[in-house]
Write a protein that binds this ligand. Structure first.
Ligand code: URA
Length: 263
């Protein structure tokens, strides 16, 4: 059980932490009278619970095994925030953005540059972090890249086949889509998936094929995608189904043990 399980916490927060629903969805379930605590329907989201309390959602008891041992948070990282726990230069960190609501120590899974926005996972599950960031597991990361100019089919071919950077040849990338930026400013938006994590890789790949990057946003990590409705700087707990699919992606069973689908 995680560090907060025996501390009283607000019902909707406990439900979100257990991966039952997002906090907003939990509030909605509570206000609709669909949640019981210790057999009593609760319609006030502020009520505090601990792991000793019996919570039922739509008549179904939330079992202890439904509760996660670890915490998994998805942040829509804004630009201008550093992806580490502390910064000697005192710039705002991703931890500063979540600390108010999430007191547990959780860490970013991999890095996004200071000037990159989008999907960032934070967790205290070290095994999953290792597998999601180790190139051997080949987890795809998908980016929406805003570049200068119109990209030629020759440059796209280079990106698909591998670009020679100063630290080696990149593995083949997938180009998912190419479209003109809708503001008529000679910019192009490319959706690209890569499964390596070289430093500033996407920026350097596009620079190398002649298209400096003006904006970079991560929109997916393996099976997890960034929901358009999540505003910059917002975060939420992963749903249980998302945790299971992420673990499955890297050959872990949902209880953290190695599964038969190990790659
Ligand atoms: N590639 C980059 O260039 N920057 C990031 O932040 C992530 C991938």
């Amino acid at each position: 059980m995680n560090e907060t399980g025996n501390q009283p916490e607000r019902l909707q927060k406990a439900m979100a932490r257990m991966g039952i629903a997002s906090r907003r969805h939990a509030e909605n379930l509570i206000s609709r009278g669909l949640v019981k605590v210790n057999g009593v329907i609760v319609t006030q989201p502020g009520i505090k619970v601990t792991d000793q309390d019996r919570i039922e959602v739509k008549g179904k008891k939330i079992e202890a095994e439904d509760k996660e041992d670890f915490i998994y948070v998805l942040l829509n990282k804004p630009e201008g925030v550093i992806c580490s726990v502390t910064d000697p230069r005192k710039r705002k960190t991703v931890i500063d953005l979540i600390r108010k609501d999430i007191p547990e120590r959780i860490y970013p899974v991999g890095r996004l540059d200071y000037d990159t926005s989008g999907l960032l996972l934070l967790t205290n599950d070290g095994d999953l972090t290792y597998r999601l960031t180790h190139p051997g597991y080949g987890v795809e990361k998908t980016y929406e890249v805003l570049i200068k100019g119109s990209i030629s089919s020759q440059s796209l071919k280079l990106l698909r086949e591998g670009v020679l950077l100063e630290d080696g040849l990149t593995a083949p990338a997938k180009i998912l889509s190419v479209r003109k930026h809708n503001k008529g400013n000679n910019l192009t938006v490319v959706e690209i998936s890569i499964h390596e994590g070289k430093n500033r890789q996407v920026r350097r790949m596009f620079e190398k094929v002649g298209h400096p990057v003006c904006g970079l946003k991560r929109i997916a990590l393996g099976p997890i995608t960034l929901d358009d409705r999540m505003k910059s700087g917002e975060y939420r707990y992963l749903k249980r189904s998302e945790i299971i699919s992420l673990k499955k992606e890297v050959g872990l069973k949902s209880d953290g043990r190695e599964g038969s689908w190990l790659k």
